[in-house]
Ligand binder design. Structure first.
Ligand code: ADP
Length: 247
């Protein structure tokens, strides 16, 4: 396929830190409605790739096209506006606010925002909050303060806070780290709900979870692609077994 057919097209992406190429001439593509997982050993460059896509780190070379718009020249907030959401490993939810309030303050508003917590709770916002809460398994917890949620629920809430901004691509860093078996199952279900009308790019170490969710896997090693394809294909690739899965 032509690169312009993809939701996200990363081509020749390179970044050096003091001469060390953490990401080295990397090209990969994310389709619409796809769960794309990046795996690879520690230091492979996975986090750096997400940092480059969300604009936190500036590329030294290459391009990142999202719906055919070049992201490498944009600032972080412009990339968010363009439709790319990023969740970091540590939740950035507000502990002393309820689930409802956490979602409400994340709802995108007009240009000027004064007194974010005091803004009018109009019907549209409430409807959207309810919709997202249902999706993230927290419909029955809207009035609960976030600090009393379980670890997994906090992670889902943060995903919900991103979803309410309606990104077309959601990037998640180890979404099931520290979760119970049941929470993992529900997270897999959540990702499948999310991709009905958007795409997900995930960094994940839990191979069982990757097998459950991934449509496509990109294996990184020393800033380059070691292998890519379905998990079926990738996990039997001798190169992958040697550097990553074999030990
Ligand atoms: P992974 O997420 O796959 O574990 P990272 O993307 O965190 O790998 O790191 C890739 C390499 O780049 C590592 O060797 C790391 O030490 C290096 N690196 C990442 N960020 C920086 C930075 N800001 N400055 C210097 N080196 C960095």
């Amino acid at each position: 396929a032509n690169p312009t057919d993809y939701l996200l097209a990363v081509e020749g992406l390179t970044v050096s830190f003091d001469g060390f190429k953490a990401v080295n001439d990397l090209s990969f593509y994310v389709d619409s409605n796809e769960i794309h997982v990046i795996i690879g050993p520690n230091g492979a460059g996975k986090t750096t790739v997400l940092d480059l896509i969300c604009g936190r780190t500036k590329a030294s070379g290459g391009s990142i096209k999202f719906r055919n718009r070049e992201l490498t020249a944009m600032k972080e907030h412009q990339i968010v506006k363009a439709g790319v959401g990023r969740k970091f490993q540590n939740p950035s939810i507000y502990d002393d606010l309820t689930v409802f309030e956490n979602l409400e303050i994340s709802y995108p508003r007009g240009r000027t925002v004064f007194g974010a917590l005091a803004f009018k709770r109009d019907a549209a916002v409430r409807e959207r909050v309810a919709e997202i809460a249902e999706m993230i398994f927290l419909a029955d917890h809207l009035d609960q303060r976030a600090e009393y949620l379980s670890h997994g629920q906090k992670q889902w809430l943060e995903i919900g806070m991103l979803l309410i901004q309606d990104p077309e691509l959601l990037m998640l860093d180890e979404p099931v780290a520290g979760m119970s078996v049941n929470e993992r199952k529900k997270t897999a279900e959540l990702l499948n709900r999310i991709i009905r009308n958007r795409s997900v790019l995930v960094i994940e170490h839990d191979m069982k979870f990757v097998e459950d969710i991934a449509h496509r896997v990109t294996v990184l090693h020393q800033g380059k692609i070691l292998s890519e394809g379905s998990m079926e294909r990738v996990k039997t690739d001798p190169k992958v077994v040697e550097v990553y899965l074999g030990h």
